[in-house]
Write a new protein. Sequence first.
Length: 189
Amino acid sequence: MSRATNNLLFAINVFSAVAATSCSFNFELTSQRTALENQILGNYKELDDDLIVANYGRQNPNDAGGDKKNRISAEIEKATKNRSFNADDIDELKDQGILGEDGDSLLALLPKGIGDIGSATPDQIKLAEVLVDEENRDRSTLWSATNAQNLELSDKGLPAVRQSFGRKIYETAPKGHWFYTGKKWAPKP
């Protein structure tokens, strides 16, 4: 019998035992990370396509700083995993008209009078503020790493990296998500 089959049978037996005792479970979603979630994020080793591209981008052949590369790779991995972890919450708050994308390719809490920020609960505002700080920190890490690993870009290339990133977010965003375009906030048509 395969391991997967054994695991399935075990799960069925556990569920049957729990159901037989008439226990009930109450789940409370808090939109906050638990210690277990932090541990899983810290131990998760699978790299997604973006991380692979970032880590194996063009390297300077004269750079012998292996420790620096390992540190940068760890920062990229952490930022990528954190962005992935927060993506659903960010998308939900964007759908609710609480978050948007500013003109500098940064996530932003929408100003009062824009979107549905006025109807947001204090807990939603608090979560949105935490997500904005984390997302913008992670974006900055990825932008800097992309800029540093691309020999064709100089220190002046960071605005181009940010602009490209912002363009991709706009292109893939659903209708109704808020963007600061030029001089005003507007939902994507």
